[in-house]
Design a protein around this ligand. Structure first.
Ligand code: SAM
Ligand code: DTB
Ligand code: SF4
Length: 346
């Protein structure tokens, strides 16, 4: 790391001994500074990340979100990682939008299992107005159960975010997924600008932003750093940052992608934690493949949210029992909704 990068990082992060973050608005993160964080010796990186984590959160609390695919498959987009694109021959079929009652029953079960947030995903480029009303009703009824609500429906048109907000939506998930310069190699049917536009509409409507990406799609470390720099430079920073490890789905163009070094994934969590100190960093897709020891390192690196429940959207997730056992082994506890330390953040 050169001296200039180190002093810029110190300006961002603050010395652990001197109390850390400045109170003022965070400066825009430069990719070179993020890359310099990645290049730290592993132990130094973990120490910094854990320090930032403890200044902002209860280090032993993890937020639990449960996912449900309310509209599966048949998507017009060509995202190279996705099992639900109509352009890839995968085992995922095309289904209709689920009935509200069925969604609410699943949400009730998720709450009984201990989840505090329920996230509903739809395989759309974006919602048609007639479909949006159906999703808005799901949001209303899930919210009425006392759960936080999140949806991920693709790109929004003007007015749609407000409609969701009126229904009681707390979070909208819309990922930047990768570095701007790699995006075109992963997806050609929409652009990075389109994603940023929807994120702007979500913010404008007063909905909290959940925005992250996927690691392990064949990108370089420099590209990972550029993704994190983009996320950390959103103003304000996203309340939730899901970091997914690519799930290699047979039939997708990325099915045969080389395995990512798990320590590189842990580094990415740490770098996200340091650059987005008050955000919940979610250890998302790929937990089953990571195993317990790597997940434990991710929690140490500052991950403090997971998808909880036996299924993600179309692929598997650790069983609830396995997660409860892991929590017991690590002394982790579910984060209560009221237990937040940062007003205005999730
Ligand atoms: N269609 C909407 C969209 O693209 O925003 C919502 C659903 S989409 C499945 C939500 C996110 O899931 C994607 O942005 C991507 O980050 C993540 N995802 C999808 N397939 C994945 C995979 N195979 N491995 C890891 N993450 C994946
Ligand atoms: C996110 O970043 N990860 C979730 C959620 N947002 C919608 C989705 C992960 C999907 C993994 C592949 C699948 O199950 O289809
Ligand atoms: Fe999959 Fe979403 Fe891309 Fe559609 S827009 S192919 S659901 S990631």
């Amino acid at each position: 790391m050169n001296d200039m990068s180190r002093s810029r990082i110190d300006a961002h992060v603050g010395g652990l001994e001197t109390g850390g973050q400045d109170a003022g608005p965070s400066p825009r993160w430069q990719p070179a500074d993020v890359e310099a964080l990645y290049a730290l010796p592993f132990n130094d990186l973990m120490y910094r990340a854990q320090g930032v984590h403890r200044q902002n959160f209860d280090a032993n609390a993890v937020q639990l979100s449960t996912l449900l695919s309310v509209k599966t498959g048949g998507c017009s987009e060509d995202c190279g990682y996705c099992s639900q694109s109509a352009r890839h021959e995968t085992e995922v079929g095309r289904e209709r939008l689920m009935e509200v009652e069925e969604v609410v029953a699943t949400a009730r079960a998720a709450k009984e299992n201990g989840a505090t947030r329920f996230c509903m995903g739809a395989a759309w480029r974006g919602p048609k107005d007639k479909d949006l009303e159906g999703v808005a009703e799901m949001v209303r009824q899930v919210k009425a159960l006392g759960l936080e609500t999140c949806v991920t429906l693709g790109m929004l048109k003007p007015g749609q975010a407000e409609q969701l907000k009126d229904a009681g939506l707390d979070f909208y998930n819309h990922n930047l997924d990768t570095a701007p310069d790699f995006y075109g190699q992963v997806i050609t049917t929409h652009t990075y600008e389109d994603r940023l536009d929807t994120l702007g509409q979500v913010r404008q409507a007063g909905i909290a932003v959940c925005c992250g990406g996927i690691i392990g799609m064949g990108e370089t470390r420099a590209m990972r750093a550029r993704l994190i720099a983009e996320l950390a430079s959103l103003e304000p920073q996203p309340e939730s940052v899901p970091i997914n490890m690519l799930v290699k789905v047979p039939g997708t163009p990325m099915a045969l992608e080389a395995d990512l070094d798990p320590l590189e994934f842990v580094r990415t969590i740490a770098v996200a934690r340091i650059t987005m100190p008050a955000s919940h960093v979610r250890l998302s897709a790929g937990r089953r493949e990571l195993g317990e020891a790597v997940q434990a390192l991710c929690f140490l690196a500052g991950a403090n949210s997971i998808f909880y429940g036996d299924k993600l959207l179309t692929t598997g997730n650790p069983d609830v029992e396995a997660d409860q056992l892991l929590f017991a082994k690590l002394g982790l506890k579910p984060e209560p909704v009221q237990g937040r330390r940062c007003a205005g953040h999730d």
